[in-house]
Design a protein. Structure first.
Length: 228
């Protein structure tokens, strides 16, 4: 008898809690939330009264980042000209010009040491000539210095290999600058066509969430940035 009364009281208590929760949920759903509670744009300049993010693009509506990249790959600087960023073109040509200059310098110095290196070997056997010993000084005309120097075969070999490595490195640098020029044109085209309008607003509204672990709702505030 006592157990039956206790079970009956538990069922009634659970039903009452469910009714109270459902009633509270229904009442919360009928709350009229303020519509589009919009705060003024906090990024708008207060002194000048103008939006610092508002930019008028000089590019047409059909401006393509892909075209900018392809033009820069075809010829350095054309992508920057396509983006109407002419001030970047001298930097592109300066980077390529410096790389080409050092490429020519290293190649000429490599050739200065290549000829005496080849003359020190017998082309038929591929061995060092008999008259050349490790201490023999070979006359090498260094065009960059405008003088003739006496160097051993080992010194000539090390100088030749050094300038060859530097020349090859300059070729890689030229390819890297060329590719970087195309990447920069593509990224700049994307940024120039990115929407930076002044319609930036903040909408704040109350929020009500229900948890299955608690019969009572959780009240909070939601903030939403709207960028159009």
């Amino acid at each position: 008898m006592v157990i039956g009364l206790w079970l009956g009281w538990g069922v009634l208590h659970t039903t009452a809690q469910r009714v109270n929760t459902d009633t509270l949920r229904k009442a919360a759903s009928q709350i009229v939330l303020p519509q589009n509670l919009t705060l003024p744009d906090s990024l708008q300049a207060k002194i000048t009264g103008t939006d610092t993010l508002k930019k008028k693009s000089k590019l047409g509506p059909n401006h393509s980042p892909r075209k900018a990249a392809m033009r820069s790959l075809a010829f350095p600087g054309l992508g920057q000209a396509y983006n109407k960023q002419y001030w970047k073109m001298p930097f592109v040509y300066a980077g390529l010009g410096a790389s080409v200059f050092f490429l020519i310098q290293n190649h000429n110095r490599y050739c200065d040491f290549l000829e005496p290196f080849l003359n020190s070997y017998d082309l038929t056997t591929g061995l060092v000539k008999k008259e050349i010993t490790p201490t023999t000084l070979i006359d090498v005309y260094v065009a960059s210095q405008g003088q003739t120097r006496g160097l051993t075969l080992d010194q000539i070999t090390r100088a030749k290999d050094t300038y060859r490595r530097w020349r090859d490195l300059n070729i890689i640098i030229i390819a890297g600058v060329w590719a970087l020029n195309a990447v920069e044109a593509n990224v700049s085209a994307h940024l120039l066509t990115f929407d930076m309008s002044d319609d930036i607003s903040l909408r704040v509204s109350p929020d009500l969430q229900f948890s299955p672990l608690s019969p009572m709702p959780v009240w909070g505030v939601s903030a939403v940035f709207s960028i159009k």
